[in-house]
Design a protein around this ligand. Structure first.
Ligand SMILES: Cc1cc2nc3c(=O)[nH]c(=O)nc-3n(C[C@H](O)[C@H](O)[C@H](O)COP(=O)(O)OP(=O)(O)OC[C@H]3O[C@@H](n4cnc5c(N)ncnc54)[C@H](O)[C@@H]3O)c2cc1C
Length: 383
């Protein structure tokens, strides 16, 4: 067992009870299907309807739009429990899209989309990355050109989580000149949308239950009330201001995966024998796991502290960058150390530790690669 952590004020009886409900639902209704979903390469959109009905999808959205109006901590609790059960980040992406609408949408946009995102009727994705730009988002080339009362969107997006299953997308496009000032976000309902196409579901080395796809926009016509906030050129600041929350959405699963890796490895090394003794009796095993448990503790403390600061409104961008690169790097390191202690079994895909190894790798790339996080931290240091 990992040692008990200092409790932050955000962890109260209400969030503990909520966590228990979410955990039970995931164990009963999602975990038994994970292998099938991994094989088919996606989790069907319909799965999220009962999840939404029970209030697990977007608990932090205001009651006026169907949510419970609770703190963001409840969403992070959901993400923590999903990660522990190896359910990938599909609902995290959904929540980011919903937050864009909640924070920057007009009243009409909020009324139109938020209740459906809360209930699970709609599943959302965020389409920022393009074949020619990922880290350097300001270079994006998908355009939205004014045409009468609306806009015409042309371009290609790639690596989009929920790209195959989503029926709502928040898409970053160029409405103006070069650089960040020319970027706007549009909300698209994609079912039967003319000119919109989903390319192949991309084959990944891990995260097999999560669909990742290319998206094509070929003369897609949308009314101007689909421009988020209905003011052009705000897309970049809109996207940037959500980043501390988005980065925490990656740190929470990092903490969860590290803890699970340690637990699984303690259990395995107790049972597996070599040279007439349990692997757990070798000093190397004990020391390695002691190191990993220490990292688990430090990562979780850091994540809990960032969560508290996010709720207090004091989580600055730099702390979020630090948490993103450091927690995800520790995830890769711990899972690798743990896999080593499984020997050949650790390399077999049927063992969770093998999946966790492959799943962990992308954490250091998406949501801002480690190098980008360090660059942003350094920029502040040398400002
Ligand atoms: C499984 C998966 C899911 C994803 N889901 C989504 C999604 O839902 N929506 C979405 O919009 N995108 C998504 N992405 C895209 C992801 O955010 C990008 O892959 C990521 O931002 C990196 O961009 P890139 O792949 O173009 O790499 P590049 O920008 O080409 O960078 C490659 C590498 O170069 C280095 N590098 C780049 N710039 C610098 C620099 N300034 N300084 C130092 N080193 C640098 C880094 O090591 C970086 O990893 C997803 C990606 C994956 C793999």
């Amino acid at each position: 067992m990992l040692p008990q952590l200092h409790r932050h004020p955000w962890m109260d009886e209400e969030s503990d009870a909520f966590r228990e409900q979410v955990r039970r639902y995931i164990a009963d209704e999602l975990a038994p299907h994970m292998n099938g979903w991994r094989r088919q390469g996606f989790i069907p959109r319909e799965v999220w309807r009962p999840f939404g009905r029970l209030g697990f999808l977007m608990p932090e959205i205001a009651e006026a739009y169907g949510g419970a109006g609770v703190s963001l901590a409840f969403q992070l609790v959901v993400q923590d429990e999903l990660a522990k059960a190896e359910v990938p980040a599909n609902t995290a992406v959904h929540s980011i899209a919903a937050h864009y609408i909640a924070d920057y949408g007009t009243d009409a946009q909020k009324e139109r989309w938020l209740p459906r995102l809360v209930s699970g009727e709609m599943l959302a994705g965020i389409a920022l990355t393009e074949p020619g730009c990922g880290s350097d988002l300001k270079a994006l080339r998908t355009t939205a050109k004014r045409n009468g009362d609306g806009y015409v969107i042309d371009g290609v997006k790639t690596f989009i989580t929920n790209g195959f299953t989503a029926n709502l997308l928040v898409v970053a496009v160029r409405t103006g000149g070069a650089g960040g000032r020319g970027v706007s976000l549009f909300v698209l309902e994609t079912e039967k949308l003319r000119g919109f196409g989903v390319g192949r579901r991309l084959e990944k080395i891990g995260q097999h239950a999560s669909d990742t796809a290319e998206l094509f926009f070929d003369g897609v016509t949308v009314p101007s009330d689909h421009l988020l906030g209905e003011v052009e050129g705000n897309g970049f600041p809109q996207a940037m201001s959500q980043l501390p929350y988005e980065r925490l959405l990656l740190c929470v699963p990092a903490a969860a995966m590290i803890e699970r890796a340690v637990e699984l490895t303690v259990e395995y090394t107790r049972q597996r024998k070599a040279f007439g003794q349990a692997l757990a009796d070798f000093q190397n095993t004990r020391f390695k796991l002691a190191e990993c448990a220490t990292l688990a503790h430090v990562v979780r403390s850091f994540v809990n502290d960032c969560t508290q600061r996010l709720l207090d409104g004091t989580l600055d961008n730099e702390a979020a960058y630090m948490a993103k690169w450091w927690c995800t790097e520790q995830q890769g390191r711990v899972v690798d150390e743990c896999l080593q202690l499984f020997g050949g079994y650790g390399y077999m895909a049927e063992y969770p530790i093998a999946r966790m190894y492959a799943d962990a790798r992308v954490q250091r790339i998406y949501g801002g690669a480690t190098e980008i996080m360090k660059e942003l931290i350094a920029r502040k240091l040398f400002a």
